[in-house]
Structure formats: structure tokens, C-alpha cells
Design a protein around this ligand. Structure first.
Ligand code: PMP
Length: 393
């Protein structure tokens, strides 16, 4: 007797957007550089040896000892009131008066970008970005079906906005990922003017602002005339406390904030209660500003080590940025070399960078690459640059 072979019917296909967006090229390259002998300037990882492990552990312990029922329970979508108040105080202290109920807690600032795309972008809507742009923001906008239009500089913004009628302009104003560039005050004023005159939201994504190693802080776009009622400020503890906490926030005008809260409810109900309470407890019991000062000191030395070694490591005719803070230096190689192709060879010297091409929403400059300088000590940075120099010679 033969048993009839039943060929199962195929399962339904993925949604087209899931096929078209693809995985982040940076993640795929990071996988290639995961061998322990590789000195990687590729990732964007904060230095784990600088995390305040005992302070964070004590905060979690205190919360579990003192309020276990609350810490392990569901909580409100907007976020823990104590944490919102503490974040609002920190934003206010940096020059932008903010009430606790003008912001919500998000699961990393990355979630803030997704929520904004959920509530503002319909398929085909235009989003304007700076070119090159933070990769995972481009992914969010692609998932939403946005048509992404890139501007090389703020001088082009008004013409592009008038022609394209975007929902919003997305910008990383301080020590931008990937270039390290900071938008000067007159450009911020200009963004605010264009938003007011042409009618558009501004999404100001600032995970790096507290990591300034020289120069004076520039006020957020949110505080410039014309921008107050149409700018969303997104922030995060990832770069100053620890990214594994996944604590970010979104500050927005009331109606937009309400819409984001509803979108978050649909996405994940709320950010981890215990982690929110632990973060609030950390802010109450520890001195985050003192911790950030320590991180700033160490990262500043790492930036200096990177900048000091680049003239020797890179071929004549290379250009690179000189960031006043943040985590990244952006390099342009001479002679039309393709930095993605070159990476195959560079990896054989046990050193890695991220090619610049994927960061472009417009025509990519294939000769560019991004170097992260915070993940390694100055000694290891020097060794990594020596290897890079050998690879490029
Ligand atoms: N925005 C920018 C510009 C970033 O570089 C990053 C992290 N690489 C994020 C947002 C997301 O950070 P998080 O979700 O950890 O707050």
C-alpha cells in the first residue's frame, strides 16, 4: 500500500515592503568582522568598560527590593511618571523648558522614529533627509513606504520642500551619524524658518548631543523661533548610560504626542517597567552628569588618537571630518576607489570600517567610509590605524 504524498500548499508570501527593505548592510558587515583578532572601527558601539555597571545594578536591585510588584507589572504607555519628570528636567536644564507630560518614554530612540513614521507617513509621502543619513532611519522610512528625498545641505532645503511637500525633515543636528558633522546655529534657524514658512514637521534626532569634546553646545532646533509647534525632539540614554537598557524619549506637541502614544500601544504596550524604574532610580541615586563627564573624557582621548593617526594611515589626498563630539569620523578616499570593494582586502589585515555608500539616500559617494572611534582604547586605535595604513599602501 502506498501512502499518497501530500505536497503542502505554499504559505502566503511576505508583504512586499519586508522583501524590498532588506537587512542593514552594516549588520551584515559587522558579522564579517566579528573575529576577535579584528580591530573594528565599523560598529557604533559605546565602550562597555565605561558602563556604570555597579550603579545600574544597584538601581535594578533597589527597585526589585522596594517595589517588586510595580516593577514587574504592566504600566502606562506614556512611561513611568518619575522617569518622564527626570528626563524633562534634564532637557530643561539644557535650555529647552519641558514638562513631563510633553514627552513619552520609548524603547530606544529608534522606536521614536518608527512611531513618527506610523503616525505621519502614508505610502508615497515624502520624507526629506540629510545625505548621508543614519541607516536605520532610512530603513524605518522605507518600511513606511516613504519616498525619501535627500538634501546635501540646508541651503537646498526650502526649494526641495516647496517642490516635494514633505511630511517632515529628519536631521541629526549634533555629531551626525555617519559624518560627525554638527549643524551650526544659523542653519538650525534656517530649518526652523523653512518649517514655519512652508508647513512641515522637523524631526530632530539627538542621541549624541551630550558627547561634546570641544566647543560650545548649539541650541536644539526645537528652541528656534517658528519651530516650537512643529519640531519633535528624540533622545536616548543609549550613548550616555547604556544601549541595552533601550530607554529613549520623544518630545512633541500634544496632538502628535497623543498619536505616538496610541501607535506605541499597538507596537509594544509600553517600555519595560523594571528598566524604566531602574533608570529613574539611577538618575535619583547616581550622578549621571559626572558619569557622562568621565565618558566624555575617555571618548575625547579616543577621538584625538584617531585624528592624530589618520594622516599617516590614509593615502595622500584623503579628506576626513574633525567632529567636535559623538562617535564617528567620515573619510573620503582619493582616486575614485570604491570603499566597499576595498573593505574585502582591508579585513584581511584584521581591521574594519563601514563603507559609506549605504548611508546615502541620493547618489552614493562610493569613496567614503565611516570610522567609529569610541569602542577601542587609544592604544588599540593606534594599532588599528597602523593595520589600516598597511592595508591601504
Ligand atoms: N538615531 C541615531 C542617529 C543613531 O545613531 C542611533 C543609534 N545608532 C539611534 C537613533 C538609535 O539609538 P537608540 O535606539 O539606542 O536610542
Amino acid at each position: 500500500m502506498t501512502i499518497p504524498v501530500r505536497v503542502p500548499a505554499p504559505v502566503p508570501p511576505l508583504a512586499p515592503r519586508a522583501v524590498s527593505v532588506g537587512a542593514s548592510p552594516v549588520r551584515e558587515i559587522l558579522a564579517l568582522t566579528a573575529r576577535p583578532e579584528v580591530i573594528s572601527f565599523a560598529g557604533g558601539l559605546p565602550a562597555p568598560e565605561l558602563f556604570d555597571m555597579s550603579g545600574v545594578a544597584a538601581a535594578y536591585r533597589a527597585v526589585l527590593d522596594e517595589r517588586p510588584g510595580t516593577a514587574l507589572q504592566y504600566s502606562t504607555t506614556e512611561g513611568d511618571p518619575g522617569l518622564r519628570a527626570a528626563i524633562a528636567d534634564r532637557i530643561s536644564a539644557r535650555g529647552l523648558p519641558t514638562a513631563a507630560d510633553a514627552l513619552m518614554v520609548t524603547s530606544g530612540s529608534q522606536q521614536g522614529l518608527s512611531l513618527l513614521a506610523d503616525v505621519l507617513v502614508e505610502a508615497g509621502d515624502v520624507v526629506v533627509v540629510e545625505d548621508p543619513c543614519y541607516l536605520a532611519a532610512l530603513q524605518v522610512f522605507a518600511f513606511a513606504g516613504a519616498r525619501v528625498v535627500a538634501v546635501r545641505d540646508v541651503g537646498e532645503l526650502e526649494d526641495v520642500v516647496r517642490a516635494e511637500r514633505p511630511k517632515f525633515f529628519y536631521t541629526v543636528p549634533n555629531f551626525r551619524n555617519p559624518t560627525g558633522r554638527t549643524m551650526p546655529g544659523q542653519e538650525r534657524a534656517r530649518v526652523a524658518e523653512v518649517a514655519a514658512r512652508c508647513g512641515m514637521w522637523v524631526v530632530e534626532d539627538d542621541p549624541y548631543g551630550e558627547l561634546r569634546y570641544e566647543g560650545e553646545a548649539v541650541p536644539w532646533i526645537s528652541s528656534y523661533p517658528g519651530a516650537e509647534d512643529r519640531t519633535v525632539l528624540i533622545g536616548s540614554f543609549s550613548k550616555v548610560m547604556a544601549p541595552g537598557l533601550r530607554i529613549g524619549w520623544l518630545r512633541a506637541p500634544a496632538e502628535l504626542l497623543r498619536a505616538c502614544v496610541i501607535a506605541k500601544q499597538a507596537a509594544d504596550l509600553h517600555t519595560s517597567t523594571i528598566t524604566q524604574l531602574a533608570a529613574a532610580r539611577y538618575l535619583a541615586d547616581s550622578d549621571l552628569d559626572a558619569h557622562v563627564a568621565t565618558v566624555r573624557e575617555a571618548y575625547g582621548q579616543r577621538r584625538d588618537a584617531m585624528l592624530a593617526g589618520l594622516p599617516e594611515a590614509l593615502p595622500d589626498g584623503s579628506q576626513w571630518t574633525r567632529p567636535e563630539g559623538g562617535m564617528f569620523v567620515w573619510v573620503r578616499l582619493p582616486g575614485g576607489v570604491d570603499a566597499t570593494e576595498l573593505l574585502r582586502k582591508v579585513i584581511t589585515y584584521d581591521v574594519a570600517y563601514v563603507p559609506g555608500a549605504p548611508f546615502y539616500a541620493g547618489a552614493p559617494d562610493l569613496t567614503t567610509l565611516r570610522l567609529c572611534f569610541v569602542s577601542e582604547t587609544p592604544e588599540v586605535i593606534r594599532e588599528g590605524l597602523a593595520r589600516l595604513g598597511n592595508a591601504l599602501r
